[in-house]
Design a protein around this ligand. Structure first.
Ligand SMILES: *Cc1c(COP(=O)(O)O)cnc(C)c1O
Length: 222
């Protein structure tokens, strides 16, 4: 299959899952996670109509974003990797949506660089309480929500999670349900959850953004 065909297949999966959940397919935005894939793959996805891309590593992403900015108008970036505070500036300057906000210190580091319109952020929640994973624990979420809502240079869009990698994708579903409940409690509209293996389950639990890499771009180069 070509990249355009794989992208079509992912769009069809999203549409079917949305319809099965009684939702409009247009309620679910596809974030094409292009980490470790070359510019040529991003160009192919763009040619097939994809506009929203996700990246994990600041250096790699900055190089790609700057290489493509003039060539591919209307590209939008979501940063889905862990962001160190000293890397806040390149992210703000390029207007990316940060999906992995996880500390008040990072809120302040980002806000310092915002000059005009606020930047979009989602808070990453470690719903499965994995010791080595980024994101706030559920009990720390209310405090961070307050901090972000008190900072007008950041627009709090919603929540994001990366559940534990499992052989059986159904194991992720309770974590998706928990993230959806936390978003509901805080009145947050955006829910970023679901990847190549489990996007249907995430959409069934209310995902508004699915982050899909492998199913579009194929296996990541080492
Ligand atoms: C790599 C990555 C994805 C995409 O995962 P696939 O299984 O390749 O679809 C989604 N979200 C995050 C945070 C990632 O790092």
């Amino acid at each position: 299959m070509s990249l355009a065909q794989r992208l079509d297949a992912v769009r069809a999966r999203i549409a079917r899952a949305a319809e099965a959940a009684g939702r409009a397919p247009s309620d679910v935005e596809l974030v094409a996670v292009s980490k470790r894939h070359p510019l040529s793959s991003i160009r192919q996805a763009y040619a097939a109509g994809q506009r929203v891309f996700g990246e994990n590593y600041v250096q790699e992403w900055v190089a790609k974003a700057d290489a493509l900015a003039e060539e591919l108008p209307g590209l939008r970036w979501h940063f889905v990797g862990h962001l160190q505070r000293n890397k806040a500036r390149p992210l703000v300057e390029r207007g990316a949506w940060l999906e992995t906000l996880d500390s008040p210190k990072l809120v302040r580091a980002l806000a310092r660089h915002v000059v005009d319109s606020p930047i979009s952020v989602s808070i990453q929640v470690n719903v499965a309480r994995e010791p080595q994973k980024s994101g706030v624990l559920p009990e720390a979420l209310p405090e961070l929500v307050d901090v972000v809502r008190g900072e007008p240079r950041l627009q709090l869009e919603g929540l994001m999670t990366v559940p534990p990698a499992q052989v059986d994708p159904h194991m992720a579903r309770p974590h998706f349900a928990q993230l959806a409940e936390l978003a509901r409690v805080h009145g947050l509209p955006s829910l970023s959850m679901g990847m190549s293996a489990d996007l249907e389950l995430a959409i069934a639990e209310g995902a508004t953004h699915v982050r899909v890499g492998t199913a579009i771009f194929g296996p990541r180069p080492a």
